[in-house]
Design a protein around this ligand. Structure first.
Ligand code: GA4
Length: 333
């Protein structure tokens, strides 16, 4: 990469960076999901933050380390090889460009759909392994994520006293569930650009996730920040043994705004590279996303949102910029 190209990319990233904000030390909700009594705590975390940390998750460490190792190997391969796995259409390898509308970040990634067959051939040949091994590693991990996501969603339904308790989880269990899996690698900011480091270089710009729920696991490098309801950004201390969960736009709508789809972003680190893996649990494309009747006292007139399908919402999301308030278009006036 020539210095000029890197410079242009950096100034574009910096240009997109919004005004500096305060960083508050804050206690992010910590939830032991092996304890059924955590239901109410979970509900409270989704209402207050739309974000929480999960311990005692039961995901075999082996699934995590296996995928992390292959991902590290892949991202440390020469750029010329990584680029051969592209173009991003919309799945595959991506570098700096995020989404189709001009957003950029100091990040490279692999984006996959969890229900369509993906061709791992090119990835496997870079890694020098059998495509089946990669596919199995991704599938084992994704399956474990889906299981955890469903457990959390069922605890949430119980905490909200909604029947049946699978109202949310059935959308992820559906064979047509439109869920995604993403591996993000945030390289350390290169030495020659140290002068920019004081300015919080953006790895992944602020946004909310459009889906129902997202499950994130990262290595021990900091960077993730969440925005509090009052607009303050707080840094989330990394913890490689836990998962961080966030409420997505669709769950905000289904709970008629009771749960908050949390705005979050990632700042690039100047020394260490950050690796994160995120499962985005989404509904089938044809699914109507609307507040659950049992959460509306006076019926439809209480609903804060116009009715839409996940297909419509997703289409609209892909026309937006990362930091846009995508739900605004679907709010009742
Ligand atoms: C945010 C959550 C997921 O990473 C993602 C992102 C998607 C992309 O990277 O292609 C989007 C973004 C995300 C929301 C708005 C659109 C679409 C980039 C973008 C500008 C995969 C998703 O589903 O929505």
């Amino acid at each position: 990469l020539s210095r000029q190209v890197v410079n242009e990319q950096l100034s574009s990233i910096i240009k997109n960076y919004k005004s500096p904000s305060s960083f508050f030390p804050c206690n992010i909700p910590l939830i032991d999901i092996s304890n059924p009594e955590s239901k109410n705590q979970l509900v409270k975390a989704c209402e207050e933050f739309g974000f929480f940390k999960v311990v005692n998750h039961g995901v075999p460490m082996e699934f995590i380390t296996k995928l992390e190792l292959e991902a590290t190997k892949f991202f440390s391969s020469p750029m010329s090889q990584k680029e051969k796995t592209g173009p991003l259409d919309p799945f595959g390898y991506g570098n700096k460009k995020i989404g189709p509308n001009g957003d950029v970040g100091w990040v490279e990634y692999i984006l996959l759909s969890t229900n369509s067959e993906f061709n791992y051939q090119k990835f496997a040949s870079i890694l020098g392994v059998n495509p089946k091994d990669i596919r199995d590693a991704v599938n084992d991990y994704v399956l474990a994520m889906k299981k955890m996501a469903c457990e959390i969603l069922e605890m949430l339904a119980e905490g909200l006293k909604i029947h049946p308790k699978n109202v949310f989880s059935k959308l992820l269990m559906d064979e047509k569930s439109d869920s995604l899996f993403r591996l993000n690698h945030y390289p350390p900011c290169p030495d020659e650009f140290q002068e920019y480091n004081g300015r919080n270089l953006i790895g992944f710009g602020e946004h909310t996730d459009p889906q129902i729920i997202s499950l994130l696991r990262s290595n021990n490098t900091s960077g993730l920040q969440i925005s509090l309801v009052d607009g303050h950004w707080i840094s989330v201390p990394p913890d490689q043994n836990s998962f961080f969960i966030n409420v997505g736009d669709s769950l905000q709508v289904m709970t008629n705004g009771r749960f908050k789809s949390v705005k979050h972003r990632v700042l690039a680190n100047s020394v260490k590279s950050r690796l994160s893996m995120i499962y985005f649990g989404g509904p089938p494309l044809s699914e109507k996303i609307a507040p659950l009747a049992s959460l509306l006292i006076k019926g439809d007139q209480d609903s804060l949102y116009k009715e839409f399908t996940w297909f419509e919402y997703k289409n609209s999301a892909y026309k937006s910029r990362l930091s846009d308030n995508r739900l605004a278009l679907f709010e009742k006036v």
